[in-house]
Design a protein around this ligand. Structure first.
Ligand code: MN
Length: 482
């Protein structure tokens, strides 16, 4: 498996965006509090932003360099149609990483702490993003830790709140990192971690793969690159980090320590509440010379796509195991790239779309609504999907509602009916599922379900036929004389 055209370096990718007018350099001095996020949000999905000396800090900040689906496909060296398959191939056939010689890693060119005096998070340009956020947050930090039982690594992106010069609060969902931490904490031990900021788009995407515990996501990054990822050993612990990263924060997740974290504006475009959460004590910070700090503006396209593409790849693989006639899936942007799944299938028997819905709900608990459409409907175009619902769906026979299932705890509509809208832990995310079969019947007479098409529309050569446009189009026509 090789991917010669994939961009394996963040700096190469940013240079490529600049060369194609997709990177905006932002003048010096933009405030780290709200202003930086506001500018990045306005450019979201159009241009990546490179902030020079924001907030008077020496370090530059980048944001939004993965804010379009076609950009991610381009970084991967494939077409948009091949994106999910390519990610799935990499997740199924990972490539072991390769350790670089000690002292040669770019991410360790400059060392703070680890015998060189104090570490200070204040030296990093960490922005405050949303209105009610409790303060500055690291939003694009890949947290890497080793399973205390097996030594195998895990990579995840967790939000990290600055609690002090050498202290971060962290949100861990009940997944792999959290289970490593629980195993360490049960022994009274801290869990060594590294927080990596500023990696290439493919490594960032790989970090979000939904894969088994003890599958090191850095090996998926290697497979996406088409060659083993060069890694370096941290200076203060055994964690291996991408050697070409911009910034690495080394530290320890402390046992039996909790501090208040939040509120913080999350992917559903609502705030996640302030609660007692785990804490990281920082031991060292290493960087490249002249490093770039990456921030992801929460709930914007870069955030949504990082979550949705790996999930789509996983859900498609999961569905196709039971239903080989499922042809494509899409987690819609309006559905916060998590909750609303569009499924395209080649229906061969009536009733199949309802089986597919049940499979999709079982595929990930976050999925709240499933719309199943025929092969002629592009699931990546929400207008097409709505058209299918408008013309092929009848609620009386095509709607499936499943009440009282487990869903996303961050969906605020699941909290209604509880005191102060705060459900007890066991009821968080408790809500309903909805499935819509928007496929047309297999047998229908005449042209009832024949889609209107104009012969030759796709093939017509406009460059050949348009002789002039704008005011010049009127020259020599009847309109010129009136
Ligand atoms: Mn994992």
């Amino acid at each position: 498996m090789n991917a010669p055209t994939a961009y394996a370096s963040l700096r190469d990718w940013l240079r490529h965006l600049a060369a194609t007018d997709r990177l905006a350099a932002i003048r010096e001095g933009v405030s780290l509090k709200h202003e930086l996020a506001a500018v990045a949000k306005r450019l979201d999905g159009r241009r990546a932003a490179l902030f020079l000396r924001p907030g008077g800090q020496a370090m530059a900040v980048v944001s939004g360099f993965m804010s379009r689906r076609e950009w991610i496909a381009e970084a991967m060296g494939v077409s948009q149609g091949e994106l999910l398959q390519r990610f799935r191939d990499a997740a199924e056939r990972p490539l072991a990483w390769q350790e670089v010689e000690a002292g040669t890693a770019a991410c360790q060119q400059v060392v703070h702490g680890h015998g060189t005096g104090q570490v200070d998070l204040g030296a990093l340009p960490i922005p405050t993003h949303s209105e009610h956020d409790d303060g500055p947050y690291i939003t694009a930090g890949l947290v890497i830790a080793r399973n205390p039982r097996t030594g195998r690594q895990n990579v995840s992106i967790n939000r990290l709140q600055v609690h002090g010069p050498d202290r971060l609060g962290i949100l861990m969902l009940p997944r792999h990192l959290h289970s490593f931490y629980q195993a360490a904490e049960a022994e009274g031990d801290a869990l060594d971690v590294a927080i990596v900021i500023g990696v290439d788009p493919l490594t960032a995407l790989a970090s979000q793969a939904i894969c088994p515990i003890d599958q090191d996501e850095l090996e998926i990054a290697g497979a996406l690159h088409g060659r083993p990822l060069p890694v370096a050993k941290c200076l203060s612990n055994e964690v291996r980090v991408p050697a070409d990263a911009e910034i690495v924060i080394e530290g320890r997740l402390l046992p039996r320590v909790r501090e208040a974290e939040g509120p913080f504006g999350e992917f559903p475009k609502y705030y996640s509440a302030r609660e007692e959460r785990e804490v990281i004590q920082i031991a060292a910070i290493t960087t490249r010379r002249d490093p770039l700090f990456h921030t992801i503006v929460p709930a914007e396209m870069e955030h949504l796509l990082l979550g949705s593409i790996p999930r789509e790849a996983t859900l498609l693989a999961h569905l196709q195991r039971s239903f080989p006639n499922v042809t494509d899936v899409h987690l819609s942007v309006g559905g916060v790239a998590r909750y609303h799944l569009y499924v395209q299938m080649r229906k061969t028997r009536e009733g199949q779309p309802k089986n597919v819905m049940l499979g999709a709900f079982a595929g990930h608990y976050d999925v709240k609504q499933v719309i199943v459409v025929d092969e002629d409907v592009n699931v990546h175009d929400p207008v097409e999907v709505e058209w299918a619902v408008a013309t092929r769906f009848q609620a009386g026979r095509d709607l499936v509602v499943i009440e009282g299932a487990q869903g996303s705890a961050l969906d605020p509509s699941t909290t209604l009916g509880f005191d102060d809208n705060k459900p007890p832990v066991n009821w968080q995310g408790y809500g309903d599922k909805m499935g819509l079969d928007a496929t047309k019947p297999l047998d229908s007479g005449g042209h009832v379900f024949t889609r209107v098409r104009i012969p030759g529309e796709r093939e017509v050569d406009l460059d050949q036929l348009v002789q002039a446009s704008g005011p010049a189009a009127l020259c020599g026509t009847p309109l010129e004389r009136s």
